[in-house]
Design a protein around this ligand. Structure first.
Ligand SMILES: C[S@@+](CC[C@H](N)C(=O)[O-])C[C@H]1O[C@@H](n2cnc3c(N)ncnc32)[C@H](O)[C@@H]1O
Length: 478
């Protein structure tokens, strides 16, 4: 999903073969000023407070209005210089987005598929010519000669730093300020490292950590509820302030997420404990993130060794977070892996502390839906291989339906949930409706499959039926 043709700009009938827009006539539906303003005020509360509004958007050009209000001005009754910069940032960013035909902006527009743009302001400089004591019009433009080159680099997956000129005018047309805003731009599908040797950039690391902190925060919130499904005194602390903000933001848009994460935590707890009760002493946590299960299980089920697999950057973050906390002693070891390029079995088989002859419990929690189809199935095959055919070995994972992964809804509740996910920049890309057939292909059997409303009743028209938990074991006993 990395490259696509860039076609004639004026051909209004031209679509890429997958239906994405390839020209401004089609792309501009993402840039209707009223809808764009709505997205801005929902996504950026500070912009809402400043009452920034888009007034006109065209290919390569954007204008917004920063009204002079109490919230946007200082004690002299002039616009705060930094609020002017905020308006400049979102005006320049929108102008740049208009030339990216076929690519919505991740975390801003609704993003359902794998094609989207990651856009961040990298630096800016503004020269203020005079105090701004009236409404302010903000105008940004991308020179036409640059459009084609920006698109080509973008669809090739290359990162770019793109300077956009932004000018600020009072209603009488006087130039109040002018500046240059430089944006980091990259196709979201190319943020991850393209080979095992590469580490990925700082923005990708940020996205990974944000995702793990969000889930840890949401998981930790269960403790404050009546009749909690589990005890967890670690997750909220581990998620920190960033996780708290993300939790608030996500739950405001997707209230169901809390019950979904609670249900998956409890479902996995139950299955892992059952395996331990049956004598399993090796647990492989794949995509460990900020999962504190090893510590939560420590008291009732000591003597278990945990192999925590994740990207090196996430394992480092995990250790950094844990070093600040008071935690029980647990036998655990971090194993750096990039699941896109490396096989867990190869890494574990080479270790003296992993016993290939003994049963193992493998968890793959909150991960399967974020890998593209081919990658997801290859990774699942690799996890299946870890079970080693031992009758007590188990693999637990959560899955979304194919429909959800395609962004298709059957009712209003599903539509609202999917749009919420799409808006928050965490689109699901892989799903399956037939886990049994999938795992049969790897010589495994689905032993248990549950809907995510298994612990708490939920509205039937909701999305809970589209999110399921599967326990997988060997086809037959060894
Ligand atoms: C949404 S988090 C879930 C974390 C944890 N399982 C939980 O439920 O709290 C997804 C995890 O997958 C990891 N991950 C993403 N891509 C990966 C890759 N290519 N190889 C290994 N781990 C990856 C991330 O670093 C992150 O820890």
């Amino acid at each position: 999903m990395t490259s696509r043709p860039v076609t004639a700009l004026n051909d209004s009938t031209d679509h890429a073969s997958d239906g994405r827009s390839t020209n401004w006539t089609q792309h501009k539906r993402l840039y209707q000023p009223e809808q764009l303003t709505q997205l801005l005020v929902e996504g950026v509360p500070a912009a809402k407070r400043a009452d920034i509004r888009y007034t006109s958007v065209d290919e390569g050009a954007c204008e917004s209005l920063l009204p002079l209000t109490l919230a946007s001005s200082n004690q002299f009754g002039t616009h705060q210089a930094t609020v002017v910069a905020l308006a400049g940032d979102y005006t320049g960013g929108a102008a740049l987005g208009t030339v990216l035909f076929g690519a919505p902006l991740l975390g801003f527009h609704l993003v359902h598929g794998t094609d989207s743009a990651c856009l961040w302001l990298a630096k800016f400089e503004i020269e203020y010519h005079r105090p701004s004591s009236d409404d302010l019009f903000v105008r940004a433009s991308v020179p036409e000669a640059a459009h084609e080159g920006i698109r080509e680099r973008f669809w090739k997956g290359a990162p770019s730093l793109i300077p956009i000129g932004v000018r600020f005018y009072c209603p009488q047309g006087e130039l109040v300020a002018e500046g240059q805003f430089v944006y980091y731009l990259r196709h979201s599908g190319h943020m991850a490292p393209s080979s095992p040797e590469k580490k990925g950039g700082v923005m990708w690391h940020h996205m990974l950590k944000a995702s793990a902190r969000l889930i840890a925060n949401v998981r930790g919130r269960e403790s404050g509820r009546e009749l909690p499904l589990y005890e967890d005194s670690y997750s909220r602390e581990a998620a920190g302030k960033h996780g708290e903000i993300l939790g608030q933001r996500f739950l405001a848009v997707l209230p169901q997420l809390q019950d979904m994460v609670a249900a998956r935590t409890r479902a996995l707890d139950d299955q892992m404990l059952a395996a331990m009760d049956a004598g399993v002493r090796q647990v492989v946590v794949v995509g460990a993130g900020l999962d504190f299960r090893p510590f939560r299980m420590a008291q009732t089920h000591p003597g278990v060794r945990y192999f925590e697999l994740d990207l090196p950057i996430m394992l480092a973050e995990r250790e950094r977070v844990m070093a600040r906390m008071t935690l029980p002693e647990v036998d655990r070891v971090g194993i750096p892996i990039n699941l896109l390029f490396e096989s867990p079995l190869t890494l574990l088989r080479g270790r003296s502390d992993f016993d290939t002859g003994a049963p193992v419990f493998v968890s793959f929690e909150g991960c399967s839906m974020y890998f593209e189809d081919g990658d997801a199935e290859r990774i699942l095959a690799g996890l299946a291989a870890l079970l080693g055919g031992h009758s007590d070995s188990r693999l637990w994972l959560d899955l979304v339906s194919e429909r959800v992964a395609r962004g298709e809804a059957e009712n209003a509740a599903e539509r609202a949930f999917l749009d919420g996910m799409a808006k928050l920049g965490e689109p699901f890309v892989y799903g399956t409706d037939d886990a049994s057939a999938l795992f049969a292909g790897f010589g495994l059997r689905v032993l248990d499959e549950t809907r995510s409303d298994c612990f708490r009743p939920q509205p039937e028209d909701g999305v809970f039926a589209q999110y399921r938990f599967a326990l997988v074991g060997p086809e037959r006993e060894r």
